[in-house]
Design a protein around this ligand. Structure first.
Ligand code: S3P
Length: 181
C-alpha cells in the first residue's frame, strides 16, 4: 500500500458503523476507535445521560473535540456517531485524515435495527420511524460528502468490511474513482 490513511465510517444510526469498524480494524491490523464510546468513557456516562444532563449542543461540542484529537493519529478505523457529519469542521477533519465511507441502509431496515435501543436519545420519541425518515432526509446532503457510499442491505458486517478494504486498497494504490456502490 502506498499511503496509509485512516478509514472513517460515517452514516445514519443503525447502519453498522461499529460492527463493521471492529471487523475492518482487525483485518487491517488498525486500531479501532468509536467516537461515541470514547465520549462515554471520558465522561463516564452513557450517550443518553449526556444528552439529558448537557443537551445535544454540548454533546456535539464533545464530539468535535474528540474528532479533532483522534484524527491526528494514524492507522485507525474511526466509527463516528450518525450526526458527526453535521458540523463542517468535523467533516473537514475527518476527510483530511482518511478515506471516508458512508454506510447506508433502507429506512425500514434501520428502524428494525434500532427500535430496541434505549441509548439513542434522538429516537426516544413517540414515532421513531417518522423521526428516522426526517433525519435521514435532512442529513442526506452531508452523508453524500463521503468518498464512497456502501449499501449494507443484505450484507453481513464482514462482507461490508471486505468491500471497504477493496475500495480502500484501490484508492490508495491510485486506481479508484470515488463512487457509490
Ligand atoms: C446520533 C447518533 C449516535 C450518537 C448520538 C447521536 C445522531 O451514534 O452519536 O445518539 O445524531 O445520529 P450512532 O450513529 O453510532 O448510533
Amino acid at each position: 500500500m502506498a499511503k496509509i490513511k485512516n478509514i472513517i465510517l460515517i452514516g445514519f444510526m443503525g447502519t453498522g458503523k461499529t460492527s463493521v469498524g471492529q471487523i475492518l480494524a482487525k483485518k487491517l491490523n488498525f486500531i479501532f476507535v468509536d467516537i461515541d464510546e470514547l465520549i462515554e468513557k471520558i465522561l463516564g456516562m452513557k450517550i443518553s445521560e449526556i444528552f439529558t444532563k448537557f443537551g445535544e449542543p454540548r454533546f456535539r461540542d464533545f464530539e468535535t473535540e474528540i474528532i479533532k484529537l483522534i484524527t491526528k493519529k494514524k492507522r485507525q478505523v474511526i466509527a463516528t456517531g450518525g450526526g458527526a457529519v453535521l458540523r463542517e469542521e468535523n467533516m473537514a477533519q475527518l476527510k483530511a485524515s482518511g478515506v471516508v465511507f458512508c454506510l447506508t441502509a433502507p429506512e425500514n431496515v434501520i428502524f428494525k435495527r434500532v427500535r430496541q435501543c434505549k441509548n439513542r436519545p434522538l429516537l426516544q420519541v413517540e414515532n421513531p420511524e417518522q423521526r428516522i425518515r426526517a433525519l435521514i432526509k435532512k442529513r442526506m446532503p452531508f452523508y453524500e460528502k463521503a468518498d464512497f457510499s456502501i449499501n449494507t442491505d443484505g450484507l453481513t458486517p464482514e462482507e461490508v468490511a471486505d468491500k471497504i478494504i477493496k475500495e480502500y486498497k484501490r484508492l490508495i494504490d491510485g486506481k479508484a474513482q470515488s463512487r457509490a456502490t
